[in-house]
Design a protein around this ligand. Sequence first.
Ligand code: MN
Length: 308
Amino acid sequence: MSPGKPQRAPAPPPIERIAARSADIGGGITVQRVLPVRERRTIGAWCFLDHAGPVVFEPGSGMRVGAHPHCGLQTFTWLIEGEVLHRDSLGNEQVIRPGQVNLMTAGRGIAHSEESLPGEQRLHAAQLWIALPAAVADCAPAFEHHPALPQWDLGGCRVTLLTGSYSGHVAPTRAHSPLVGLDLFSPQSAAIGLPLDPGFEYGILPLTGEAHLGGQRFAADELAYLGRGRNAIGVDLAPGTRLLLIGGEPLGEEIVIWWNFVGHSKGEIAQAQRDWESDRNSGDGRFGRVVGYAGEPLKAPPLPWAGV
Ligand code: MN
């Protein structure tokens, strides 16, 4: 380095394009799975991202996901269209409507069901999971419903803060690691600058429409992975574009994701599978019982590892 010249910050990494893959979540519903994919497992503590819809079901049909367990994570449901009834083994029964978030902290274990309300034929939603750090992964289960979230205008886009804090706004959702989530909707074309925390890694995902950033075009269900080290990113949105921005401090822990469980070892996952299979038959164990759902609890698939 020559004397007198200011040292430059290292250039941020190039933007990676990661395509979602189709996944069948049962009941004839296919979603676009953005995380985890081969190229990327986590963004901050965000470890799972399914984009469902927008879809219009046949009359008399809709989403019906029977009782199933979770542990070691939070499920984060952001509803854009439709109406979905959540029931869980803590006794919560909550309808979620557009613009609202359901946040279920599974901790040591919870079970829930999710179904479209009768007569409701539309569905457009993002369901994300947030890995719980090892220090709190065994916490007591909890459920939060957030009927309204901070919203503001940014260059003609409507911004909704889903979790974390951003531009002086603070979301009411309970987080256990530094992370952020934003929804942006642009009715017209827009060119905006999004301030970023250089200590966070980020992903930007168009849910509808298309966005240009870093000289590349991203269509719906194409994730732009930004990595870390940026102070801001410029984004051009086509009319009618909706996108998610998710980010956080890199997780810094190895996690194991299998079926509906997140753990820090295969042994933990195997125990969760055994506990759920026992609960399915007897109820009232670690994961508890979901009351009111018309259908059988879901069966866990066999473990992919022998001898755990
Ligand atoms: Mn679930």
